[in-house]
Design a binder for this molecule. Structure first.
Ligand code: 9D3
Length: 247
């Protein structure tokens, strides 16, 4: 069972994980364990200080080494087997589905959520094994990123999703974007459901869905088409369809 240990000065943000949804249910079923650790609990001054001004000047505060390192020591003491220490950071490697699967091989993971402008580099150099970013945009801290990563990982734990959802996940793993989906009513105002989906011919429906996936991927993520091609995931029929739509 994977143990997620999260270092954060905002542990309340993680309470949302317990309430409802696929991940909340997985927690109830004890399919993984999640614990938050607050660096303020590992301070020694009356004000519980975890940040200070930057050497060299400049705006913004920097998270101090000692409270973070003491928190990490407490985490390590609480486990017989410890895994990598991951810092959520805009400087990190961009997260993806493959990283989610790879990280799940660990029995325990420690996530460090930064706040303020930065973390003292000595904490990073001495303790962090891997830095992960969600992408090129600015968040207020690492907490939302840690939740996104844990959500992606928990979905991959056996027993968390039903069989139907697992199959869906596999189809995402073939590297293309999903096709459009429809449910009742058949006509909404003037918008109709594509006729092919009402015909009941499953081979034709699957062919249409594949084409729609290729179309959606070509339109918003052409890089994924090229990646799928390199992995040999595109058939002759797929290539013919892509040639047809490029004009
Ligand atoms: C605007 C502030 N930046 C100065 C150049 C530095 C900065 C410090 C702290 C930017 C963001 C943050 C807080 N972000 C994260 O902790 C974070 C993050 C993100 O901002 N974007 C994408 N992924 C991540 S993972 C953690």
């Amino acid at each position: 069972m994977t143990h997620f240990d999260i270092i954060t000065i905002f542990p309340e943000m993680f309470e949302i994980i317990h309430s409802g949804g696929v991940v909340g249910r997985a927690l109830d079923k004890q399919l993984f364990e999640l614990k938050t650790w607050n660096p303020r609990d590992y301070t020694t001054d009356n004000r519980k200080t975890v940040d200070d001004r930057a050497y060299g000047g400049g705006p913004g505060m920097v998270m101090m080494v000692e409270p973070l390192e003491k928190t990490l020591a407490a985490i390590k003491q609480s486990h017989t087997q410890v895994g990598p220490v991951i810092l959520l950071s805009p400087q990190g490697k961009t997260f993806n589905q493959q990283m989610a699967a790879d990280l799940l091989q660990n029995e325990q993971l420690s996530f460090v959520c930064g706040r303020y402008e930065a973390i003292d580099q000595r904490f990073i150099d001495r303790n962090v094994d891997l830095e992960i970013s969600l992408g090129d945009f600015v968040l207020s801290g690492g907490e939302v990123a840690a939740m996104a990563i844990i959500d992606a990982m928990v979905r991959l734990i056996p027993g968390v999703l039903g069989d139907k959802d697992s199959a869906l996940q596999d189809s995402f793993m073939d590297g293309l974007l999903d096709c459009p989906h429809y449910t009742r009513p058949e006509i909404y105002e003037n918008s109709v459901v594509p006729g092919v989906l009402l015909g009941g011919n499953h081979a034709i429906i699957e062919g249409w869905r594949r084409e729609q996936s290729l179309l959606a991927t070509q339109k918003s993520r052409p890089d994924l088409i090229e990646a799928a091609r390199k992995k040999g995931l595109l058939s002759k029929k797929d290539e013919l369809f892509l040639k047809q739509i490029q004009t």
